[in-house]
Design a protein around this ligand. Structure first.
Ligand SMILES: N[C@@H](CCC(=O)N[C@@H](CS)C(=O)NCC(=O)O)C(=O)O
Length: 289
């Protein structure tokens, strides 16, 4: 398997933009928001394929209005990532971009090639939208009376994954033999859902019905191809989601979003976890001096 090191390293070195190598060359360009799970899918796929250097990454600040040059490319839509091909064509939606990259850089294959296995992988991927959406609604919730419903709904969704894995690969760790497309799709959300542990005290029970999905989740989280973000980074950057504001929106009484690049998350303190009792200020979050 190709090493993750080079790609992750170059992402860190050129955090704001990783397209310096693109000067004078034509390569597909991904416009993305750092720490975005949908973009992390693409990064993981490229690491698995060992071809991170064949695609340029251009960072966009979610806390600012999208620049006009980007809106022109996307014809007005703001969701990222988008991929621009060498010919200037635009591809939207992370699942579609994954498929495109798999077809563009077929070796080594990450998606299953056997039609039945491909279908199994597809059925699992079809569960991602509902899984992600529920986790995000859960963290955004501000009503303590609804916490239990959200917790149960999250458990139901993990239980469905558990059933699926148990049916198709009961003794294994991943869906198939190794970290593949299903893992590329779900791992960024297992990572984002660190915010549920921290702000909601959510975790999987150690009981029948969750052992298989726990084994999968742990192996996904620990895998070297998926180390683009850390738990500390997620917890700090997503504080505003825990307080009900998504996508870089500003909360009342605040002047800075927890998604700002400056000050960098590494220099900020861990946020308070008692989201239902306390509204942290910019100062408490380390967003102003
Ligand atoms: N279904 C899309 C979702 C992309 C998405 O929601 N991206 C977020 C960043 S994590 C975004 O761009 N939010 C800002 C916006 O929609 O304007 C995909 O899979 O690519």
């Amino acid at each position: 398997m190709p090493e993750a090191g080079n790609f992750v390293e170059s992402r860190r070195a050129g955090e704001r933009s990783r397209d310096a190598a693109g000067k004078g060359r034509r390569a597909p360009t991904v416009y993305h928001i750092p720490v975005c799970p949908f973009s992390q899918r693409l990064e993981i796929l490229l690491v698995l394929k060992g071809c991170g250097d064949l695609v340029d990454f251009h960072v966009v600040d979610i806390t600012r209005p999208r620049p006009n040059w980007l809106l022109e490319k996307t014809q007005g839509t703001t969701a990222l990532p988008v991929l621009e091909t060498e010919d200037g064509a635009i591809i939207k939606e992370s699942m579609v971009i994954l498929r495109y990259l798999e077809d563009r850089f077929p070796e080594p294959a990450v998606a299953q090639r056997d039609p039945y296995r491909r279908a199994v992988e597809g059925m699992m991927a079809a569960m991602e939208g509902d899984f992600c959406a529920w986790g995000y609604q859960y963290v955004l919730n501000q009503d303590p009376a609804k916490r239990e419903d959200f917790r149960r709904g999250m458990l139901e969704r993990y239980a469905r994954l558990d059933e699926f894995l148990t049916r198709h690969n009961p003794e294994g760790t991943f869906l198939f033999e190794r970290f593949g497309m299903a893992e590329t799709v779900f791992t960024p959300f297992f990572m984002r859902f660190w915010f549920l542990e921290y702000y909601e005290g959510f975790d999987l029970p150690r009981e029948e019905g969750y052992y298989r999905v726990r084994r999968w989740r742990e192996a996904c989280l620990a895998h070297p191809v998926a180390q683009q973000v850390t738990r500390e980074q997620i917890v700090k950057v997503y504080y505003d989601y825990a307080k009900g504001a998504g996508n870089g929106a500003l909360l009342p009484g605040r002047e800075r979003s927890s998604f700002v690049f400056d000050p960098d998350w590494t220099s900020r303190p861990w946020p308070p976890s008692d989201k239902y009792e306390h509204d942290a200020t910019d100062r408490e979050l380390g967003l102003v001096p």
